[in-house]
Design a protein around this ligand. Structure first.
Ligand SMILES: NCc1[nH]cc(CCC(=O)O)c1CC(=O)O
Length: 306
């Protein structure tokens, strides 16, 4: 019998695409390994009428997949790393972080070319506090409206005329074949993406050495370095999906650069910081930039988002 590896995945089109992508990469890395998907629904996918924060935060997307691993129904799970809490559940590990795709956000609209080109008072859809905070800082005149659901649902709501524009991740749009929907990339330094946006991670049980080793073949060290800096910054700010924190790190040779932002989803206040360090010490850089943000009053902004 061929050795078998079972991947727990959410059922949204993006989650399925990402899990298929990981499955194909694992098959290529380990000829003879059989890889199958175990699609599951999570509470985060099913409850769409309440905010994520109200039903328990982003960890909800992971919990059911972790339970499937604990029950022995799956060997690992595939996630968008930006949806993975800064502190993993005890007993779990991330043996692979794949090479990051486009980290940037996308301005998506059927009538306007960019954020700057939106008319006064235009309606923009996003439920992300991070995106709301940056929109308020750059364009205080805009009307922000909630927009939840998977990528396909959000595009359908835009097309129904509910919004003048919406903001989504470039990576998700590209993976689903919606590249043509990207009217403008929203990128650093003016606009910062979510910590680890664009990176896919594999999670498995800490104790499962065989699975960890199989998955580790897909790990991309430069991506891990960058997302460790971004996540360390977020962790030091007690970041979760309930606070408007943005971070983007990139490597230039041996130098690691990190830009961070903490904003307010209620008004246009925001603090920004940037730092530079060595690629072998990403967590130190993350902490350093977090300290710079705190020194400018980030805690007050974070406390305003209970
Ligand atoms: N919040 C949902 C989510 N989680 C990951 C992505 C995009 C893919 C990625 O970041 O790798 C998206 C969609 C979006 O924000 O538009």
């Amino acid at each position: 019998m061929k050795p078998l590896l079972r991947i727990a995945t959410r059922k949204s089109p993006l989650a399925l695409w990402q899990s298929e992508h990981v499955a194909a990469a694992l098959r290529a890395a380990h000829p003879g390994l059989e890889v199958v998907l175990v699609p599951m629904s999570t509470r985060g996918d099913e409850v769409l009428d309440r905010s994520l924060a109200a039903i328990g935060g982003k960890g909800l997307f992971l919990k059911e997949l972790e339970l499937a691993m604990l029950r022995g129904e799956a060997d690992c799970a595939v996630h968008s790393l930006k949806d993975v809490p800064m502190e993993l559940e005890p007993g779990f590990a991330l043996p692979a972080i794949l090479q990051r795709a486009d980290h940037a956000d996308a301005f998506v609209s059927n009538h306007h070319d960019s954020l700057a080109a939106l008319p006064q008072g235009a309606v923009v859809g996003t439920s992300s506090l991070r995106r709301q905070a940056q929109l308020r800082a750059l364009r205080p005149d805009l009307q922000l409206r909630d927009l939840r659901g998977n990528v396909n649902t959000r595009l359908a709501k835009l097309d129904a005329g509910d919004y003048d524009a919406i903001v989504l991740a470039c990576a998700g749009l590209q993976r689903l074949g919606f590249d043509a929907r990207i009217r403008a990339r929203m990128d650093a330094p003016q606009w910062l993406s979510a910590p680890a946006q664009g990176a896919i991670a594999i999670e498995c049980r800490d104790s499962d050495e065989t699975i960890r080793t199989l998955c580790a073949a897909l790990d991309h060290a430069p991506t891990r370095t960058c997302v460790e800096a971004e996540r360390a910054m977020n962790r030091a700010l007690h970041g979760s999906c309930h606070v408007p924190v943005a971070a983007f790190a990139w490597l230039a040779g041996e130098h690691l650069h990190l830009h961070g932002l903490v904003g307010s989803a209620h008004d246009g206040r925001a603090v920004r910081a940037q730092g530079e360090g060595r690629g072998d010490a990403p967590e130190g850089l993350g902490l350093q930039v977090a300290q710079m943000l705190l020194a400018q009053g980030a805690s007050e902004l974070i406390a305003a988002h209970p």
